[in-house]
Ligand binder design. Sequence first.
Ligand code: ARG
Length: 466
Amino acid sequence: MAQLWGGRFTGDTDQDVYRFNASIDFDRRLIEQDIAGSLAHAEMLCRVGILTEEEARAIHDGLTGILCDVRSGSLLITEEYEDVHSFCEAVLTERIGEAGKKLHTGRSRNDQVALDMKLYVRDEIDALQELVQALLRTILTIMKENTRTCMPGFTHLQKAQPVTLAHHAGAYFEMFRRDSERLTDIRRRMNLCPLGSGALAGTTYPLDREFTAEALRFDGPTRNSMDSVSDRDYVIELLSALSTCMMHLSRFSEEIILWNSNEYRFVEIDDAYSTGSSIMPQKKNPDIAELVRGKTGRVYGALMSILTTMKGIPLAYNKDMQEDKELTFDAIDTVKACLRLFTGMLSTIRFNKEVMEESAKKGFTNATDAADYLVSKNVPFRDAHRIVGHLVLTCIERGISLDELSLEEYRKESEAFEEDIYQAISLTTCVEKRCTAGAPGPAVMEEEIRECERFLELCKGGKQDE
Ligand code: ARG
């Protein structure tokens, strides 16, 4: 047992209590952030005259040495330490002596862990952004290649009106665009540095909080020391954004699972992203999509868990907050893996365009257009709706589609029908005429695609909100 406290204790900690209390098992993951924070803190202590140049240099070299050895694997973060902070201070003092014991001047593990967690979340937001943007690029490729690929659009999972594959994919572009914007937004709001808040009430040392904030690439120091050490809003915001992102991935997965089924056959998932059955030789299962859909629950769980943990905590730091780590790490790892695998699956999927088009033709998706045709011939819409409804009924009885009815049959229902009805209800016309902003018409879609490209360009330059 190596711990940073003990002076006021006469008895030893119970072994079981020690293990229950310790966080080294999981906060060892914060080693890079912990050392970055300590480097900035030590440099600042030197600038304000609390550490000598010599001490600061020894601490600097000691800490970079520890990082190097941890990275190479020659130094292990073992369970004999209570947490990653204790580990660093103990090893530093072992290696450089007295100066190591001065590093914690004007600092508490409370502002230290608040800082480590913020640095970690900030790095992970950047990594998540990359992955979301890679997915957006894949979706955009599908959009560009399919502005004229007709397919049925559904409501209530019933064929409704014809759309294009570009338009359908474009709906997901919008969802993941919002996910990306949410990440940008969270990063901006959380980017204030808690270091220098002490345990809860600041410190009596003349700490230069502006300096450490800038050294660690924050926009400035946090404004209230009690809030600084007990704020986990950014974790909650991130887990909420990630839950929404998983909900989007899950919906897309569900569609891919449906589309990949024997009944739909709209897509075929590449062999590399499918699995087989141990008993049924014919099976090729969409396990990746199913797992992404399944793992959504786990990320929602993390959000519920941290919200519940935080709800009854009086100011300021309480040990409950140690519970933020495992679930945040797990949720971030899960979402990153899902984004990576899903993007891989999507970029190798094959779309059976003929099957999609055939399906759009078979499902009366042009019935609204037939009614609109009558409206253009001066028939009131409500009458047009009823007339076309009758025609659809006839078609269903005979197992044919609207374009297979003879003109005679059309005219039996309404004299307003003429030869040009066939042109009016062809799939191509139906899609092309839908040219209001945001509709599937290829011309507006091309415009939309250019806008999506501009968004991704801005993301590349880190200027998403311009
Ligand atoms: N392991 C602790 C956490 O994750 C670090 C902060 C400990 N502070 C304290 N006063 N015990 O929250």
